[in-house]
Design a protein around this ligand. Structure first.
Ligand code: NAP
Ligand code: ZN
Length: 367
C-alpha cells in the first residue's frame, strides 16, 4: 500500500496494491523513509507528459531487508538497504557494462516505468515496502542517520556524479544554482571536494543557510550587480533549477572552457541561450542524469567518510500534498522526508473504516 496520484490534478491519496512475487535475485525491503524529490511532483502532475496513472512516486528509499530470493548473496534480512531512481536495466549494453545504467535504453525507473518481470507499472517509495533486483539495492553505511541518508539516493548522486565527471577539485571556482534538495547537496559536495563554492539563489532568506551548508559566497541571482562581479570566473556551474529561466546569465559567468551542467528538468524548455556566449570563450553547456549503481555506492561511502547527509524536514505521508505546494514556493529546507510509520496509521484507519471512504483507491487488479 502507499500514496498515489490518480490524475494530474487531484491530490495524492491512499492506494492499495501488491508488489511482485519475490524472484531469485530480489530483495524485499520494508520502507522506513522516503525523500520527496521535485521529480515526484513533475511526474505526479504529468509535467513531463509521460505519466501512467496511478503514479506512486518516491525514489529516495531507505528501509530494512525482510526477505531475499534464493540467489541473493549481498543482502540478508535485517540489513539496512537503499533504493534510488533505478530498479533494473538490460545489463548487456555498453552503458551497463560501463556502470552507467542510468543511460541504458532499457533502464527501469523506480516508478512510472514498466517492470521487466510483470510488464506492469513500477510503484515507488511512498509505500510500505518494495521488491527490487539485488544489483539495484545499495548498502546504507551504519554510521549515517537513515532518514537523512534517503535523499542521497537521488539528490545526492545527481549532484555528486557530474561533479566527479567534470572533476571538481581544490583551486576551482564552482557555482551551484538553486538551494533546494539537489542544490543543498551540491553545495555540500563542492565544499567537500575543496572548490571555492558560490551559491546562486533567488531567495534572500537562504543566504545564511547557504553559508552554513558550505558556500564560500552567496549571490542573489536577481541582483545584476552581484552577478556582474562574477563575470567569466567559474570553472563549473551545476544548475538545479526546476523551472525555465535565462541560462545566459550563468553562461556568462563561466571562464574559458568552463562548463555549466543542467540537472533540473523543467516542464517547459529554457529559452535558448545565446550562441555568442558559448563560442567566444569555448564554454560548454551539458546535462547529467542521476548516477550508476557503482557510483551511487561510492557516493554513499564518501558521505559516510565525510559525515555528509541531507538537511531534512520529516513529514507524515498525509502531508505530502502540502509539501508539494511548499516545494513549488521554493520553501523546502532542504528536503522533505516521509516517515513511513505514518502509513501504518493510515492502514489501521482503513481497517476500521473500510476501503470505500472517499479519497481512497483500491487497485482493481491487485487489491
Ligand atoms: P527543489 O527542492 O524544488 O529545488 C529547486 C530550487 O530551484 C528551489 O529551491 C529554488 O532555489 C530554485 N528555483 C525554483 N524555481 C525557480 C525559478 N523559477 N527561478 C529560479 N530559481 C528557482 O527541487 P529538486 O528536488 O532539487 O529538483 C530540482 C530539479 O532537478 C527538478 O526539475 C527535478 O526534476 C530535477 N532532477 C533531475 C535529476 C537528474 O538526474 N538530472 C534528478 C533529480 C531531480 P532558490 O530558492 O535558492 O532560488
Ligand atoms: Zn529525484
Amino acid at each position: 500500500m502507499g500514496y498515489a496520484a490518480f490524475d494530474p490534478k487531484s491530490p495524492l491519496a491512499f492506494f492499495q496494491f501488491q508488489r511482485r512475487d519475490l524472484q531469485p535475485h530480489d530483495v524485499h525491503i520494508d520502507i522506513l523513509y522516503c525523500g520527496v524529490c521535485h521529480s515526484d511532483l513533475h511526474q505526479a502532475r504529468n509535467e513531463w507528459g509521460n505519466s501512467t496513472y496511478p503514479v506512486v512516486p518516491g525514489h529516495e528509499i531507505v528501509g530494512r531487508v525482510v526477505a531475499v530470493g534464493s540467489e541473493v548473496t549481498k543482502f540478508k534480512p535485517g540489513d539496512m538497504a537503499g533504493v534510488g531512481c533505478l530498479v533494473d536495466s538490460c545489463s548487456d549494453c555498453s552503458e551497463c557494462q560501463a556502470d552507467l545504467e542510468q543511460y541504458c535504453d532499457y533502464a527501469v525507473y523506480t516508478y512510472n516505468s514498466a517492470d521487466r518481470y510483470t510488464g506492469k507499472s513500477t510503484y515507488g517509495g511512498y509505500s510500505n515496502n518494495i521488491v527490487v533486483r539485488d544489483d539495484f539495492v545499495l548498502r546504507i553505511p551504519d554510521t549515517l542517520d537513515p532518514a537523512a541518508t534517503a535523499p542521497l539516493l537521488c539528490a545526492g548522486i545527481t549532484t555528486y556524479s557530474p561533479m566527479r565527471h567534470w572533476q571538481v577539485s581544490p583551486g576551482q571556482k564552482v557555482g551551484v544554482v538553486g538551494l533546494g534538495g539537489l542544490g543543498h547537496m551540491a553545495v555540500k559536495f563542492a565544499h567537500a571536494f575543496g572548490a571555492h563554492t558560490v551559491l546562486f539563489t533567488t531567495s534572500a532568506n537562504k543566504v545564511e543557510d547557504g553559508k552554513r551548508l558550505g558556500a564560500d559566497e552567496v549571490v542573489i541571482s536577481k541582483d545584476p550587480e552581484q552577478m556582474r562581479q562574477h563575470m567569466a570566473s567559474f570553472d563549473f556551474i551545476i544548475n538545479t533549477v526546476a523551472a525555465p529561466h535565462d541560462l545566459d546569465q550563468y553562461l556568462m559567468l563561466l571562464k574559458r572552457d568552463g562548463t555549466m551542467c543542467l540537472v533540473g528538468v523543467p516542464d517547459h524548455p529554457h529559452p535558448s541561450p545565446s550562441v555568442g556566449n558559448l563560442i567566444f570563450k569555448r564554454r560548454k553547456l551539458g546535462g547529467s542524469l542521476i548516477g550508476g549503481l557503482k557510483e551511487t555506492q561510492e557516493m554513499l561511502d564518501f558521505c559516510a567518510e565525510h559525515n555528509i547527509t541531507s538537511v531534512i524536514e520529516m513529514i507524515n505521508i498525509q502531508n505530502i500534498n502540502e509539501a508539494y505546494e511548499r516545494m513549488l514556493k521554493s520553501d523546502v529546507k532542504y528536503r522533505f522526508v516521509i516517515d513511513l510509520v505514518s502509513l501504518q496509521n493510515e492502514s489501521q484507519t482503513t481497517d476500521q473504516t473500510g476501503a470505500a471512504q472517499s479519497g481512497m483507491h483500491i487497485n482493481p487488479v491487485a487489491a
